[in-house]
Design a protein around this ligand. Sequence first.
Ligand code: GLU
Length: 332
Amino acid sequence: MDDFETMPVFGVDAILRDVHAQALGREEGEVADYIPELAKADPAPFGIAVATSRGRLHEIGDTRIPFTIQSVSKALTYCMALELVGRAEVLRRVGVEPSGDPFNAIEFDPLTRRPYNPMVNAGAIAIAGILRDVHGDGAFGAVLTRFSEAAGRPLAMNEAVYSSEAATGHRNRAIGHLLVGAGALAEPMDSALDLYFRQCSIEVTAADLAVMGATIAHLGDNPITGRQVFDVAAVRDTQAVMFTCGMYDYSGNWAFDVGVPAKSGVGGGILGVVNRQLGIGTYSPRLDRKGNSVRGVEAFRLLSAEMGLHSFDLTNPGSAFVDSFFAEMPRG
Ligand code: GLU
């Protein structure tokens, strides 16, 4: 190892401590309350985890507290659908255009009548329909297995959140009917909606989101377990859509400021991907008015600035730069 590699400017653990302490000061925002089960969440926990494509995990704060994955699931099921039926068929049903609308908007592309993109509910429900068409009753099992492989440990669904989603999901059912009308979802639509409610109710931790992100960053290969989880072409397309549409109607600002593909969920999680280099997971359930975790957004913004993670950051010439934060300090 040369001096550059052995003597980092500033180690990742010190950066994580600093970013966590700064973002912890943000106390505004509200826990999601569109279903009773989520309204019960403790607003206090805050964790940040970073997993490298070399298989190392760095964590600070509440990175092992389970919460429901919610809309972060949309990125992973999109990846699965691309693999299963191919890009052309997925694009026939769901577009890739940012909508600028809230996640639960009842809005479709006026020209194609398709959902704008797979990161809004309409697109994700159409994607759930594709998984249902291919896997039938085994669809949720396939999703749970794949999410678990991406996280590198067996995950489970939170039954109470699932029941609450299923009992109150009238808006999503309305979207389902419109999708059937537009030819983007096959009948019976209830099975696709049920899969969507279940996928949103899978429990993860911030550490899981970091490892899932690192799996995407590492060309679909989980760098901790060494297992190939996603197809490389699907991972590329998924990152592109995360970059343009992953943060609800804040996606443009996010691309501008933070500049990494990411997906957030109303459970309080954000999963970020630094292509070929890192996965980042944050958890803090207080949300801003667009539905993104206040502390999560702040943590990503600070980390991106501190480590030069923005995709177009001129100070980031590639992996050697990010690697310098992870190098071992010389001993003695
Ligand atoms: N289960 C939620 C819904 O469909 C997901 C919301 C989200 O995380 O954006 O309304």
